[in-house]
Ligand binder design. Structure first.
Ligand code: NAD
Length: 508
């Protein structure tokens, strides 16, 4: 199967190793680090990327610091910064197809999904452009005629933005848009596995910032792996770290940030329950259970990877679910008819396969998938068939740990209390859903779930206007919505005494 009809152009900075945007100029790293970027569909090398050293990360942070202190961006009228974001949104839409193709090349997801991601990214940029211009402070009635008090919101300073590989474009936009709208300067570091669309986005952003006369170091980009992220998280000149990724790295970020008491926002993993009561519409609930678990091969932080079924539904629901899981068409993200792509890497697929083997050893019953596909055209890529594991228990590793692949576990419950207890029996608290025709029950269960997002009779939708984030070990802080802007702001109280006279607190 051909990868694509026409070649997808790579971002220009890759062509001469100028992969770092520091202080307003694309430049080559000081270090000699190189990494091959691999297309997960066929394991071919798309590009070789020059990566930053800790010294490069330090240069980027210092550039961001001096741009912040210079003030023409950080203290600019909000409308000025909003225009840059709006200009970036327009420019992104002009290059919509190019971005979608790059994202599919880099992640293996279908072109339809990548187009959604480009449009969602555009919407996030536009949302924060609009929100920031209407973000009023407030005046406080002090109750004293001679004193005035007001509360204002100011940028935090230099923000490090660290993102994962599953939604590269979308994840950077959730951070970049509010950070810039609030007047911060930034250093971004995308995942080392999928940097292409972030590089291209920063090319467009760089153009917009230059046009607006913003200082060179307003938005910086460094490439590299965890060591570069760690250099940013520990850097004394970074005021805030916003991190999306796994729990192990997230905890390391939190520890590194502690030394200089940085603000930390963490969006980590999930082990998300999808609860189906006996009165749910079976056809719809099965359909959404598939989307919840297998969209983007389950490589979604909010994937509905734990199906909690009312015992009465078990036989019929599981049979239909397994039948339809087997029909999911794996393939080239560029090809028409492909419904799901590969996993991101060979190592990641092996990790997912170990989870499946472990679950079977612990007594799970395989109802669908569990193996690699046999089609010749899928042999080079990192594919795994959508996998349904029945007979699971809350104490199994596959139920407790984030698998981050196309693996759905099934547990059974008898009543509402048991459903809620099973759903909450996890260190995670990101998202989940409840399916029922009983409105009161839907609301009751939603109120008891310890999750940052609850869908009632739906799975996966989100809008930029509503907060996203996790309870418990799924993270701290919120992205999107008004809280997503507040993450990037300091709150300052300004008190003014109109006619000061000595207070004589101390008599002498
Ligand atoms: P990861 O933790 O391996 O990497 C994420 C990013 O952190 C990458 O850019 C990586 O280079 C960097 N990094 C790694 N170690 C670091 C360190 N010590 N200090 C600073 N940076 C470091 O995660 P991943 O495998 O890229 O992404 C998958 C994970 O992301 C899953 O656990 C998933 O649930 C989570 N995720 C969460 C959300 C959410 O909104 N909560 C969204 C998407 C993905």
């Amino acid at each position: 199967m051909p990868l694509s009809d026409s070649p997808t152009p790579l971002p220009r900075p890759l062509l001469d190793d100028s992969t770092l945007l520091i202080g307003g100029a694309w430049s080559a790293p000081e270090g000699s680090g190189r990494r091959e970027i691999v297309n997960p569909f066929d394991a071919s090398v798309i590009a070789t990327v020059a990566e930053a050293s800790a010294a490069d990360a330090d240069r980027a942070v210092r550039a961001a610091r001096s741009a912040f202190e210079e003030g023409s961006w950080s203290r600019a009228p909000r409308t000025h910064r909003a225009e840059v974001l709006t200009g970036l949104a327009d420019s992104l839409q002009e290059h919509r197809e190019e971005f979608a193709r790059l994202e599919t090349l880099d992640t293996g997801k279908t072109l339809a999904e990548s187009r959604f991601d480009v449009d969602d990214t555009t919407a996030v940029l536009r949302y924060y452009a609009a929100l920031s211009t209407t973000d009023a402070g407030r005046t406080v009635d002090t109750g004293r005629p001679g004193a005035q008090s007001r509360v204002v919101h100011e940028p935090v300073g230099v923000c490090a933005l660290i993102t994962p590989w599953n939604y590269p474009l979308l994840q950077i936009s959730w951070k970049l848009a509010p950070a810039l709208a609030a007047g911060n300067t930034v250093v971004a570091k995308p995942s080392e596995l999928t940097p292409l669309t972030t590089i291209r986005l920063f090319e467009l952003l760089h153009e917009q910032l230059e046009k607006a006369g913003a200082p060179g170091g307003t938005a910086n980009l460094v490439l590299g792996g965890g060591a570069v992220g760690a250099a940013l998280a520990g850097h004394p000149e970074v005021d805030l770290v916003s991190f999306t990724g796994g729990g192990v790295s997230g905890r390391a970020v939190m520890r590194a940030a502690a030394d200089t008491v940085k603000k930390v926002a963490l969006e980590l993993g999930g082990k998300n329950p999808n609860i189906v009561f006996g009165d749910a519409d079976l056809d719809t609930a099965v359909d959404f259970a598939l989307t919840a678990a297998f969209l983007h091969s389950g490589q979604v932080c909010s994937a509905g990877s734990r199906l909690l079924l009312h015992r009465g539904l078990h036989a019929e629901f599981t049979a239909e679910l397994a039948r339809r899981a087997e029909l999911i068409r794996l393939g080239d993200g560029f090809a028409k008819g492909t419904e799901s792509g590969p996993l991101i890497s060979a190592e990641h697929r092996e990790k997912v396969e170990r989870h499946v083997a472990g679950a079977l050893a612990e007594g799970a019953v395989l109802r669908a998938g569990g193996t690699r596909p046999t089609e010749p055209e899928l042999q080079a890529g990192f594919f795994l068939r959508p996998t349904v594991l029945d007979g699971c228990r809350a104490d199994m590793a596959v139920v407790r740990e984030e698998v981050f692949g196309p693996v759905l576990t099934i547990e059974l419950f008898d009543d509402e209390d048991e459903a809620v207890a099973l759903a909450n029996d996890t260190p995670y608290g990101l998202a989940g859903a409840v399916w029922t025709r009983d409105t009161a029950r839907g609301e009751r269960v939603a109120a008891r779930l310890r999750l940052g997002t609850v869908w009632i009779n739906d799975y996966h939708p989100y809008v930029p206007q509503a907060e996203w984030g996790g309870f418990k070990q799924s993270g701290t802080g919120r992205e999107l919505g008004p809280s997503g802007l507040r993450e990037y702001q300091e709150t300052k109280h300004v008190w003014r005494t109109l006619d000061p006279v000595p207070q004589r607190w101390f008599a002498g």
